[in-house]
Design a protein around this ligand. Structure first.
Ligand SMILES: Nc1nc2c(c(=O)[nH]1)N[C@H]1C(S)=C(S)[C@@H](COP(=O)(O)O)O[C@H]1N2
Ligand SMILES: [Mo]
Length: 199
């Protein structure tokens, strides 16, 4: 092994670089929404986990924010080519929501207030890889960035991190979500540059 370290936070998947291929660094936090920001108050907010057999578990805001939470520091990568390093979030791990849930599903669909959907394999939401985040930079998540709460799946392109999330459906068969039907890659690994169909 060499002794030269190229990154202060360790090796990345390509062997040291922090930016996946084709990405550039931003220091601001761009807002990318396919439609208007839905008005969702914490008083009416609900999150529902639904299994492939139709069983549901729901939390209101008080119950959700009483769940064990984690601080997450992570890089994020948008398919429009901006990346932001070291973003800081607070949220509930999907593992926590799945604890004790009986499922044989391999796929999921995240559903948002306003109708946005995105599909993610269940394995990509497990093992400390994804959260429902409700704070950014120590403050409540701003509505433009998905507040009250959004899905955070930082190892995939950021369109998979559904803003204003209100549920996750567990599914036996995969289905494309909103952008995935419109030409975005079904999986979306930034390190393999899976931006569009055929990548
Ligand atoms: N509900 C919803 N979630 C969404 C989107 C959207 O339009 N609606 N856009 C996606 C895309 S393409 C990106 S890059 C990120 C942008 O998140 P940001 O606006 O907080 O940067 O949210 C993702 N989640
Ligand atoms: Mo995006």
């Amino acid at each position: 092994m060499g002794i030269i370290s190229r990154g202060f936070s360790g090796r990345r998947r390509d062997g040291g670089e922090k930016l996946p291929p084709g990405q550039y660094l931003v220091t601001d936090f761009p807002v990318l929404s396919a439609g208007p920001t839905p008005k969702v108050s914490t008083g009416t907010w609900q999150f529902t986990l639904k299994t492939e057999k139709g069983q549901t578990r729901s939390w209101d805001w008080a119950a959700f924010t009483a769940l064990p939470s984690e601080q997450i520091t992570t890089d994020i990568h948008c398919v429009t080519k901006w990346s932001k390093l070291g973003t800081m979030w607070k949220g509930v791990a999907i593992d926590t929501l799945l604890d004790g849930v009986d499922t044989g599903a391999s796929y999921t669909m995240a559903r948002s207030y306003g109708g946005y959907t995105t599909n993610v394999p269940l394995a990509d939401l497990r093992a400390g890889k994804a959260w429902i985040a409700y704070e950014f930079g120590g403050k409540p998540l701003h509505p433009e960035h998905g507040g009250p709460a959004r899905l955070l799946v930082p190892h995939l392109y950021f369109w998979k991190s559904a803003k204003w999330v209100t549920g996750i459906d567990l599914m036996e068969r995969d289905e494309p979500g909103f952008w995935e039907q419109l030409g975005y890659h079904n999986y979306g690994d930034p390190w393999r540059e899976q931006r569009y169909w055929g990548d």
